[in-house]
Design a protein around this ligand. Structure first.
Ligand code: FES
Length: 425
């Protein structure tokens, strides 16, 4: 039979006013800074501030008593007892924070007149695709701030990633320092609504979720094809995932980006000669990657890690270069590499129709390989024979003045030859 413990109203109020930061620290919990709140290290979805708590994953929160009940699985009397006296009979002090802190209204930092620094930082340092940066800038989701230090003697420039609500009103912003040395500043603007952190909404039912805006832009850079704008993307900027009402949710942090490189078992010693020759040569990363691609046909993750280990170049920098240049392939290609030109002349003369014909004939899109590994399709910029547009190149041979029908016939013939060769005819 459970014991009935009577608490006076004054005791309940006192228990509910216990400062949860102090309380948790005394229980041995590690707390991490998260803006004006503290995040519990053992459960990142919960933040506390004064006597209040909020579980971002479950979208619920409250005051000290129900926090202790939920977090420790205690009954109401047990929670009140714990809050009032603690295990050693300690008394916790009443929170002062609630009344003292007056939240400032949410205000976006002032804009700089151009975005030169942000473009340079994101493209050169973070290897984000220029078109992706331009796209988000044009949508007013990204801009460069120009802010003054408190004593007005210095100017600071940050990349600002803005989140809008359904009425197009900015309600959240994440700032990222754009200086290339040391750990850059990052943080959310005070009083932003985390429900509207930096995001882009497409029309498909696929949502990709990221920890930080730069992870999101890196992912789009890797998977940039004509369809990327159909999907939705959100950077949580320090909040946890709920993903309600969306068909498919993928979570991608910096670590998960690695997962987009294929890790096949390969003979790493094949790289030794190249590494011996270039590992001490400054600025030779692209040459090393080109050699690796020549050896393995693409860039397997284990090879990139091996290059990092041998050269001392950070693996994140190597991934950045490998994903930035279209010449590098992250997956093995089929026997026949189709390079379809999507340059201006070809685009005007019907390259999209040619791409559709390839997809109809082979069932693959840009960057994909057929299941039988006979064809890989890569869309590329101008192939240098615009007078023949629309143009594709298969294994170095140019096919010009294409029509959808002609394209299908060419692919059928190449496919037939490949099958005959396999069967030894
Ligand atoms: S635009 Fe296609 S070959 Fe030049």
């Amino acid at each position: 039979m459970s014991t009935y413990i009577h608490f006076t109203e004054e005791q309940k109020i006192r228990a509910n006013e216990v400062d949860l930061v102090e309380f948790l620290q005394r229980q041995g919990e590690k707390l991490l800074p998260s803006g004006r709140e503290k995040r519990i290290a053992s459960d990142h979805s919960i933040t506390v501030r004064g006597n209040e708590w909020y579980d971002h994953a479950l979208e619920q929160g409250g005051l000290a008593i129900d926090f202790v009940q939920n977090f420790y699985g205690l009954s109401f009397p047990e929670a009140v007892t714990k809050l009032l006296s603690g295990e050693q009979g300690e008394l916790y002090s009443k929170t002062k924070e609630r009344k003292q802190i007056k939240r400032k209204p949410f205000v976006l930092p002032p804009k700089n007149s151009d975005m030169r620094r942000v473009f340079a930082y994101l493209i050169k340092n973070r290897h984000i695709d220029r078109d992706v940066v331009s796209f988000f800038a044009k949508q007013k989701l990204l801009y460069e701030s120009c802010e003054q230090s408190a004593n007005k003697t210095k100017e600071y420039h940050n990349a600002v990633f803005v989140g809008y609500d359904e009425n197009g009103v900015p309600c959240h912003a994440h700032k990222r320092g754009i200086y290339s040395h040391g750990n850059g500043f990052k943080g959310n603007i005070e009083s932003g609504n985390p429900c509207y952190s930096f995001h882009y909404t497409g029309i498909s039912n696929r949502l990709y979720v990221f920890e930080a805006p730069i992870d999101m832009l890196s992912f789009i850079t890797i998977y940039k094809n004509i369809h990327w704008q159909e999907h939705s993307y959100v950077a949580l900027c320090g909040v946890s995932v709920t993903g309600k009402g969306v068909g498919n949710v993928d979570c991608c942090g910096a670590k998960e980006l690695k997962g987009h490189f294929l890790d096949e078992e390969v003979d790493l010693s094949l790289m030794d000669e190249t590494l011996k020759k270039y590992k001490e040569v400054k600025g030779s990363l692209i040459t090393i990657l080109q050699n690796a691609q020549e050896i393995y046909g693409f860039l397997p993750m284990s090879v990139l890690e091996y290059i990092s280990q041998e050269t001392g170049i950070y693996s994140s920098q190597i991934y950045g270069v490998a994903t930035f240049y279209t010449q590098f392939r992250l997956n093995p290609v089929g026997e026949n590499l189709i390079m379809l030109c999507k340059g201006t002349a070809c685009h005007v003369n019907g390259a999209d129709g040619i791409e559709e014909a390839i997809t109809e004939e082979l069932g693959i899109k840009d960057g994909e390989t057929t299941e039988d590994k006979i064809f890989t399709l890569n869309n590329v910029a101008c192939l240098g024979c615009c007078s023949l547009s629309p143009v594709m190149m298969v294994n170095g041979e140019t096919y010009g003045s294409l029509t959808p029908q002609k394209t299908k016939e060419i692919l059928r013939e190449i496919g037939k030859q490949a099958l005959d060769a396999k069967e030894g005819n």
